[in-house]
Design a protein around this ligand. Structure first.
Ligand code: SF4
Length: 328
């Protein structure tokens, strides 16, 4: 085991999060564990509502207040438990150590300030630098994400930019302080393919040159195949399969993963967005007993409706939560 594997950048251990609703507390993720090393990319895949975004919000302690609550588990970043930090300490971690990019850029941009002031504010808050230096770095960051005419964009307001340009500004802002870990939730969905390729290349460069860890939440299996070192597949708030990308694509074990990947998955082929798995995502307030996937599973057996399968090793670091998966 290498030093980096022994001390990953991020270690999430048995995380459980709930949200208060009119009908009572709803557990939205349960028993979620994974690690991300420096210079590694973890892709999280699954249908809408499977808990991918709640996992990233839990890591960042950005759950909706007061409804959201981390019920159990730990989020260790460079050995520091983020769940135990004060809000002030957490603000220091956000932006400087860990950045997040959401799919909807307007959630991160303030409509009444210029792009330049929002970018420089982020730098001045986290680093010792003068205003002129901050502006120069902001300009460089806009160039990095391929914004046309970046000088004039610095003085523009968010509403004066197109949706794609706003998303690139948000990505520039997230990368400005060179975070050690970037969490990107469907970051390129709104962008055209050329810009998407450019942004992913930028992520790759930062990962390789700065050892940045990357958590990429995506529906796009082509992006997973291109970017991931490791993959976790989530269903109904739980990790149902996890492992190195080649192993997940070439030897998927969980029927849900097999359904997502299609019948003949190949890591070398760009496969586009996740195919539809027949059936509907379960209501988290009324999860079925046993395996949460059993009402949709073509291979379900009697036991599946009673006992919850745990995530067990099937081959090296590849794990699956299915009664039919062979044990290592
Ligand atoms: Fe299907 Fe049973 Fe495996 Fe769940 S445990 S995925 S229902 S075979």
């Amino acid at each position: 085991m290498t030093q980096a594997e022994a001390n990953p950048l991020l270690r999430v251990t048995r995380l459980r999060t709930s949200i208060a609703t009119d009908m009572g507390r709803m557990v939205v993720i349960s028993d979620v564990s994974f690690e991300v090393g420096a210079g590694r990319t973890l892709c999280i895949v699954g249908e809408s509502g499977c808990g991918k975004s709640i996992t990233s919000l839990s890591i960042m302690r950005l759950l909706p207040k007061p409804q959201g609550r981390i019920e159990a588990g730990h989020v260790s970043f460079l050995g520091r438990d983020l769940t135990a930090l004060s809000e002030r300490e957490m603000r220091q971690v956000r932006g400087r150590d860990i950045s997040i990019v959401f799919q909807e850029p307007m959630t991160a941009l303030n409509p009444v300030f210029t792009i330049g002031s929002q970018l420089t504010e982020a730098l001045l808050a986290h680093e010792r630098c003068g205003t002129a230096q901050a502006r120069a770095r902001a300009l460089g960051a806009l160039r990095e994400v391929g914004i046309p005419d970046p000088e004039s964009r610095l003085d523009a307001y968010p509403h004066q930019l197109s949706g794609g340009q706003r998303q690139r500004v948000v990505i520039a802002m997230a990368l400005l302080c060179r975070p050690k870990l970037l969490i990107a939730d469907e970051p390129t969905t709104a962008l055209d393919v050329t810009v998407q390729a450019q942004i992913l290349e930028l992520f790759r460069q930062l990962r390789n040159s700065h050892g940045m860890g990357l958590i990429l939440i995506t529906h796009d299996l082509g992006v997973v195949a291109e970017m991931a070192d490791d993959v976790i597949v989530m269903y109904a708030g739980r990790v149902v399969e996890a492992g190195p990308v080649a192993s997940i694509f070439n030897r998927p074990q969980h029927p849900y993963t097999i359904g997502l990947l299609g019948s003949l998955p190949k890591v070398s082929e760009r496969q586009g967005r996740l195919p539809i798995v027949p059936g509907t995502v379960p209501n988290l307030m009324a999860l079925p007993e046993g395996c949460g996937f059993h009402p949709r599973c073509p291979l379900a057996q009697r036991r599946c409706a009673v006992d919850l399968p745990l995530l067990n090793a099937v081959h090296g670091d590849h794990r699956a939560a299915c009664w039919l998966a062979p044990l290592d």
